[in-house]
Design a protein around this ligand. Structure first.
Ligand code: F6P
Length: 549
């Protein structure tokens, strides 16, 4: 029994039933499941918004799915979901509400945090962002010398970078192509150097994005960006026209020298990795315009409403979360690949890495005790078809079980030439072929029938049985992007709820930050730092020697 009165997850009858079912199912073959149920391809598919989600190529039967849903019921996933939507403080270790869903709520919705309706504030900031974005896009907002702003550089890290950088890339076809957008995150000075080296400071707007405004990487880069600007423009007053801030911390923003009139606010009930649909999306809004941004928010909301209202049997985020639990907890899968068949989604998996791994990479439960079950997987992947010529070999014929999501689109983006549009069918032929090959493989008999010499038969055999989800959307639009992100947000939520962990804190990033602060004087001044271990001490000495200090 847990301190919170819950039975330990791995001691619940529902968990035990799943473990037993896994044993009974043994090495279930997808070939057999499809042979036994010819309608499986459509029976195991769901729709949410514009997304068609095929989960037929999973190592599951109706019994598996029922048992997984029973686990979700026993762990009260929907109870926690409702508490989240109601604004209860489900982020217990930080004593905060978790209300990213309020960021896309309609104007007339009422959602309370600490007894206050947060929706009017959300829309006030969205309106302020829209006014500013329009002024920058139209040229009404100029730089200090009167020149039009042509370049926007977002400075942020983690959730204050990955979301806007990813979404800008995804929605490139919708962006104002006459403007340049760059995203600087790394405290490695080369990041800022490369981002600004060919820009005219008089035409450049910096957006400093930091929830806390204390993140060392962001504050350091913003300080260097200010020096770069002032070196060219000379006048300190230029900062007001060339710097705006996205933050919850007005005091720190003012301390940095940014006029708080040019600060776009958000709130502590928005987690960093859940924030790009808040003020953190300002660079994206300038790129695509307020109307497209609104379409994206509406897309998020479609999936929010679905997650909130759809019954367990057809609830897609619930299903995807439970499938991950099936493999992570009952098949020992360690990782999960997300493989988008769209070049525009090149940063999507990196974005999901923070969303998933910072949320569910935890070994301590809500009750403060160590969990006795696996939690969040390693999330990885890059766009197909590139991955096919790199690491798919291991997915097909390696020794590890790697469940994967394949994300594809029926239509190419409108602005491609006819010749490039025609390539889309080839891209998608690969998309469908890969999940087929992964699921059904190629038997030794099939290989032999092709006349392959006997000694090569084992090498050319594909065992198959590699589980995949296919997510197919009509076209990559702002709304579809919102739908996809919300789908993964809620999938991560479901898993955290079952594992009984707080998916909304991130204490695991703190120790490295503290140690970096402590080590820095050893590098710069050769200071004697207390508590350095022998390895780090020797490394620091080697570094100083190589650095010529
Ligand atoms: O170090 C992790 C983290 O706190 C993330 O959760 C967050 O997205 C990122 O740093 C950036 O934080 P901030 O927006 O406060 O600069």
């Amino acid at each position: 029994m847990n301190a919170d009165g819950r039975t330990r997850l791995n001691q619940t009858p529902e968990w035990t039933a799943l473990a037993k079912h896994r044993e009974e199912l043994g090495e279930v073959r997808l070939r057999e499941l499809f042979a036994a149920e010819p309608g499986r391809g459509t029976a195991y598919a769901l729709r949410v918004g514009d997304l068609y989600v095929d989960y037929s190529k999973h190592l599951v039967t109706d019994d598996t799915l029922r048992l997984l849903r029973e686990l979700a019921a026993a762990t009260d996933v929907f109870g926690l979901r409702d508490a989240m939507f109601r604004g209860e403080k489900i982020n217990t270790t930080e004593d905060r509400s978790v209300l990213h869903t309020a960021l896309r709520a309609p104007r007339d919705a009422v959602i309370e945090a600490d007894g206050e309706n947060v929706v009017p504030g959300v829309h006030a900031v969205l309106d302020k962002m829209a006014g500013f974005a329009d002024r920058v896009r139209s040229g009404e907002w100029t730089g200090h010398t009167g020149k039009r702003i042509r370049n926007v550089v977002n400075i942020g890290i983690g959730g204050s970078d990955l979301g806007p950088a990813m979404a800008y890339e995804v929605l490139r076809a919708y962006t104002d192509r006459s403007m340049t957008f760059r995203f600087v995150s790394n405290v490695d000075g080369s990041d800022l150097h490369e981002a600004v080296r060919d820009l005219d400071p008089a035409e450049t707007l910096f957006i400093v994005a930091s929830k806390t405004f204390t993140t060392i990487e962001t504050v350091t880069n913003a300080t260097s960006a200010r020096s770069w600007l002032l070196a060219a423009l000379g006048d300190k007053a230029a900062v007001a026209q060339h710097f705006v801030a996205l933050s919850t911390n007005a005091e720190k923003v003012a301390g940095f020298g940014i006029d708080t009139a040019n600060m776009f606010e958000f709130w502590d009930w928005v987690g960093g990795r859940y924030s790009y649909d808040s003020a953190i999306g300002l660079s994206l809004m300038i790129a695509i315009g307020p109307d497209r941004f609104r379409e994206m928010l509406d897309g998020f909301r479609i999936v929010d409403e679905h997650f909130r209202n759809a019954p367990a049997e057809s609830n897609v985020p619930l299903l995807l979360g439970l499938l991950g639990i099936w493999y992570g907890n009952f098949h020992d899968a360690q990782s999960h690949a997300v493989l988008p068949y769209s070049h525009y989604l090149s940063k999507f998996t990196a974005y999901l890495q923070q969303l998933d791994m910072e949320s569910n990479g935890k070994y301590v439960g809500r009750d403060g005790r160590e969990v006795e079950w696996q939690t969040g997987p390693v999330v990885w992947g890059t766009p197909g078809t590139n991955g096919q010529h790199a690491y798919y070999q291991l997915i097909h014929q390696g020794t590890k079980l790697i469940p994967a999501d394949f994300i594809g689109f029926a239509r190419p983006v409108a602005e491609l030439s006819d010749e490039l549009k025609a390539q889309h069918d080839l891209l998608m032929a690969n998309f469908f072929a890969q999940t087929q090959a992964l699921a059904f493989g190629k038997t030794p008999q099939e290989v032999r029938a092709e006349g392959v010499p006997e000694e090569l038969v084992p090498h050319k055999t594909f065992q198959g049985n590699h589980p995949t989800t296919t997510i197919l959307a009509p076209e990559l639009t702002p709304s579809v992007l919102g739908q996809l992100v919300a789908l993964y947000e809620h999938k991560v939520f479901v898993q955290g709820a079952v594992w009984n962990i707080d998916s909304f804190d991130q204490w695991g990033v703190e120790l490295g930050k503290v140690l970096a602060k402590r080590v820095e004087p050893a590098l710069t001044e050769g200071a004697e730092v207390e508590g350095l271990d022998a390895s780090t001490k020797a490394l620091v000495a080697a570094y100083r020697e190589l650095r010529g200090r």
